[in-house]
Design a protein around this ligand. Structure first.
Ligand code: FES
Length: 223
């Protein structure tokens, strides 16, 4: 055996062993403290703070011209934009959103209730604790309940179609099935209606983001 190999196998004096053990423990302790110091604020930053939630709540005015177009629309939904000041706690940003508005004509209101009974059932409506299909309109969030892609109206289907994974919804936002009785696309629920009201002559909606890919309707944020 060489002198080098012998030196490598030498465990050292008791003092050297105890010094090495001390440095090893000190390194683990410092690493743990630094790791927690980074992880705790990171995890905390992912949980929306109550003040942030409150600051972003509230109704916004819908674009007047687009809402007027919806009032004249007899057969299909209309995309209506609005702007909202969104704060992250430090800065405010003027942000553009839109909804899909449907004006009820003829038997639409009864059909909406019949097609979307879950929205009127207190045991199933989840976060929908506000009137929907009120004042003769319903406003749908434009985010697909599957993974939040933005779906579109399809004149050929006479329904909504999500380009990402093909979920289809009828004009009342119901997730529709094919002839074999299978849901078309992976959406776990129908489209989410947003709070809608009239205030001082303005048509308004409240933007709410709901959880993606859950059968239940769960609020996530107001931005
Ligand atoms: S995001 Fe719409 S079907 Fe997947």
């Amino acid at each position: 055996m060489t002198t080098e190999a012998k030196a490598y196998e030498d465990p050292g004096t008791p003092e050297e062993i105890s010094r090495r053990a001390f440095f090893a423990r000190a390194t683990i302790f410092t690493g743990t403290v630094v790791g927690l110091g980074l992880a705790i604020p990171l995890v905390a930053s992912l949980v929306p703070k109550r003040e942030l939630i409150e600051a972003n709540k509230g109704f916004s005015n819908l674009d007047k011209n687009e809402f007027a177009q919806l009032e004249r629309s007899l057969d299909k939904p209309v995309k209506i934009f609005f702007r909202k000041l969104v704060t992250d706690g430090y800065a405010q940003e003027d942000t553009e959103y839109y909804v899909w508005g449907l004006k009820f004509n003829g038997q639409d209101e009864q059909k909406f209730r019949a097609e979307r009974p879950e929205l009127f059932d207190t045991a199933k409506r989840g976060a929908i604790d506000y009137p929907v299909g009120n004042l003769g309109f319903v406003m749908f969030s434009p985010l697909c309940p599957h993974l939040n892609c933005k779906y579109d109206w399809d004149d050929g289907l006479k329904g909504f179609l999500c380009p990402c994974h093909g979920s289809q919804f009828n004009r009342y936002g119901k997730h529709i099935k094919d002839q074999a009785g299978h849901f078309i696309g992976p959406s776990p629920r129908g489209l989410d209606p947003l709070p809608f009201q009239e205030h001082s002559g303005n048509a308004q909606v409240e933007w709410i983001k709901f959880a993606a890919n859950t059968p239940n309707i769960v609020r996530v944020s107001y931005w």
